[in-house]
Structure formats: structure tokens, C-alpha cells
Design a protein around this ligand. Sequence first.
Ligand code: ATP
Length: 508
Amino acid sequence: MSEPALVPIPMEDLVSLCKRRGFIFPASEIYGGINGFWDYGPLGIELKNNIRDAWWNDMVRCPPIGPDGEPLSIVGLDSSIIQNPRVWEASGHVAGFNDPMVDCRESRARYRYDHLYVLQHKTKSELPLFAFLEGDPDYVAKKLKKQGRGAKLEEFDTLALADVDDSLRPRVIGPDAKEPGTLTEPRQFNLMFKTYVGAIQDEDSAAFLRPETAQGIFLNYKNVLDTSRVKIPFGIAQIGKAFRNEVTPRNYIFRSREFEQMEMEWFCAPEDARKWYEFWCNARKEWWKSIGLTEGNLKMRSHDQDELAHYAKEGAGTFDIEYRFPFTAPGYGELEGVAHRGNFDLTQHQTHSKTKLEYFEPETKARFVPHVIEPAAGLSRGVLAILSEAFTPDSDRPSGVYMKFHPRIAPIKAAIFPLVKKDGMPETAQKLYMDLRKKFPTQFDVKQTIGKRYARMDEAGTPFCFAIDDVTMKDQTVTVRHRDTPRVDVPERISLDKVARYVTDHIS
Ligand code: ATP
């Protein structure tokens, strides 16, 4: 695997560009924000929709070719966010969708137990153990400076809080604490948002906002089977919002309380499940690469046995497709999970709803509850991975940075600039713009110097800019500026009537 020469980009620079250019804003900002919620601005929504549409196209409209050379069969679905609360009992979420949490008695902060690590000095046993949240290297450095009595980071071992011997727990200093021994034992905490359906608010009217889109698919498995002509193996795909009352939302949009998922449940015969599991692990990783993530920033990680979600125990396991986010580098964070769910979900719903969810195989006359392989990707996390990958510092440009989006998902595909506001240039440019805007997102900009206009498009990640200049007025050609390889010395020129074709060819 090729390792890119990657110096992690400073997260604050990415966040500031996203704010300045209108990709992402904090939700309710004028009221001081609300932790764990984000709004997508004009460029952000285009980027998110483009990633969403690419997934929908490549999974539902034109799914991959299977191992036997035939195209796969996958259909779409859009199910309700609120379902009968019994769904979440059957799915195991009411009992199992808990993260063990640790509270700090001193700072009142609450942390996910499996996200806490400690630094333990290799030799000086008199030093306390410093707890920190995974993916927070700056924090570790600051902490040691304050409380580490001159010890250097390399003199410490890092271990998960869960692995710290009970006798040493009283010596652990919490991430936001000054005194040792203020962290509580881990406790369970249900992550589902609760609401009430109808006028009366009591336990009978309680319902939950879905914590994942997957269950809506299982609930409609029989409807789809009875109404469309799918035969096993086939998939049902859904994109939509999911809500989790995360205790520690952090790292920008990486862990938020409202986010979007792109999930597909692949129903297959039990004996074929292993083959499909391997197929989907590979296909999903390749898909992320096809929209611009680089091999060296991606990692496949198999879940350890004790980490497996409640459903995966029966099946063969879960693979995480991980991405090297700026705040996890040199480590990685989960972008998508590909889970072998066995027949857990359908069997649970069959038992709880008393509705038969078996599949009847007409040729062999066999009846069985299908096994399921689930590639579950985060759309919001995908946006963050794509933004991180695209962010390319370049001190030779006025903007100092450009966003190197794959043209297929770039929010704006082309920009049209008349060099000056006279000599018929704005009119010619306007005419070209009126044609292009019907075909793909295009911007027309006459304001300020052409250098400033290029800088704006660099930060928006627009792959092509076309300038209308005095030569255009003579020979009907325009200059093409490529975002990644701008050449001012020998500008490429193409004819005005070829511009639309040129962009279409380069963005597909
Ligand atoms: P994590 O361990 O990071 O909490 P998970 O294993 O619980 O994630 P899944 O239930 O497998 O996540 O959900 C599938 C995908 O949904 C994840 O790979 C991730 O991309 C996305 N996702 C999950 N939780 C969040 C969240 N709080 N904010 C944004 N995306 C999320």
C-alpha cells in the first residue's frame, strides 16, 4: 500500500475554510450553537448531495458487477424516521444500543469508556496516569507540560483505560481534571432520542428517532419481496438521517448527534454469505477510492471479538473501512462498517412481530431466513473525509490553498469569467454561462480581478475556469484553467462551442 507523504492538515484551517466558503456552519449559530449539530451551506449541500447521488447511482441505479459477471440487483427505499417502538426492542437497540460511559466528578464531563486512553510512565511509578480521549495528540502534549513533571511523551506507554488495573484506577487523572481518581466506573447510557407521538406524553406514546437507517430496510424486506421481482441475492438501499444522542460529539462533523447514513442490506443464501462479505468489503473500499480518497489514507480493520456489535456475533464479523482523518492521523477513524449480520435482524423481527420473513427458493423448494451483509457508510463522515482529502495547501496561490475534489463530486463544475467588463466580453461570457448552467452547476463571476476570482474558485474546488478575453472576441476561443495544474504561461485554449462537451467529458 502506498503511503502518501502526508503531513496532517491543521483541523482549524479546514474548519475555517469550510465556514468562510460556506461548506459547513454550526447549527443555531446566532444563539450560541447546539453541540453535535451542523448545517450545510450552499457549497456543502452541493458536495453532500453529489456524494449521496454518486452512492445512489453506483449502488441502486447501476450497481456493481457481481463475481459471476452479472450486474447485481439492488432496489431503493425511503422509510420513516419514527417507527413502532417495538422495532427497537426487536433489533436489540433498546437493550444493547448503549455505550458504557465514564463521568468525571471534578469536571462534570462525560466520556465514552472505549474512547479513553491513559499514558503510563514506563519507569516512574510515582507519576499519575494521564487519561485522554483518542485522537487528541495536542491535548496529550499540553497535559504533560502542565502535570507531567518534565517527562517526555516517548517515556510513556499508551493503554486503553479499560486495560488499566483496578488498583491503579485511583491514580488516573481525567482528561479535563486536575485531581486523580475523579473518573467514575463505566455506566450504560442509551443513545436513542426519545419523543412522544400524539397529544398525551406518557410511556405508551413514547417513540424513538431512528439511530440507524438499517432497521427500516428489514421492516420492508417482505414488502419489497412481494411487490418487486427481486430474487435472492438482492439488496435494498436507503440514505437518510439517523440520530444518536452521542455523549461526546466531537471532531467537527465526525461524531454528531444528527447525521446521514447510506446503508444497504444484501440478502443472500446462508452458504453464500462469506463470499458476499468479502465481495462487499472490497467493492466499498474501491468505491471510496473512485470518488477521490487515496489508498494510503484508507485502511481495512477487522473488529476484535469483544468489539462486535450485538448482531454480528452470529455472523462472520465486521470490517471497518477507516480513513486517516486530520485529527486521527497517524491513526484512522471509522468511515464505513461492512457487517456480516447473519440472520439476526430478520429472525428477531420474525419472532417479535410474529410475521414470517422466510424466503422461498422456487427451484430448490428450500425455505430459509436470508443472511445479510450490510455495508453501512456515514454520508456526513464521507463529506468530512472528502473535505480533508481535498484540502491542499499551496503557497504559490493567492488563496494559499485549494480544494482538490474529484470532478464528479465538486460542488461547482465550471466558472465563466469575462476578463474585463467591456468590449463585448461580459455578453459573450453570459451567453456561454446561460448554456452551461442547464447542464451542470456553473458560476458566472465578473467581480474583482481575475486572480481573486480564480482564488475563490480554488477554495470552492471548481475543476475548470474559462476566461473570455480579447482573443475570444477575434477567434471564438476561451482559455481553460485547470484547478490542479494552473498554467498562466501557456494557457490552453479551446473553442467556445466545445466548452460544454469538454466539461462533460472531464466530470464523468
Ligand atoms: P462509532 O464506533 O464511530 O460510534 P458505529 O460503529 O457505532 O460508529 P455504525 O453503527 O456502524 O457506527 O454506523 C455506520 C456509519 O455511520 C459509521 O461508519 C459512521 O460513518 C456513521 N456514524 C455513526 N455514528 C455517527 C455519528 N455520531 N456521527 C456521524 N456519523 C456517524
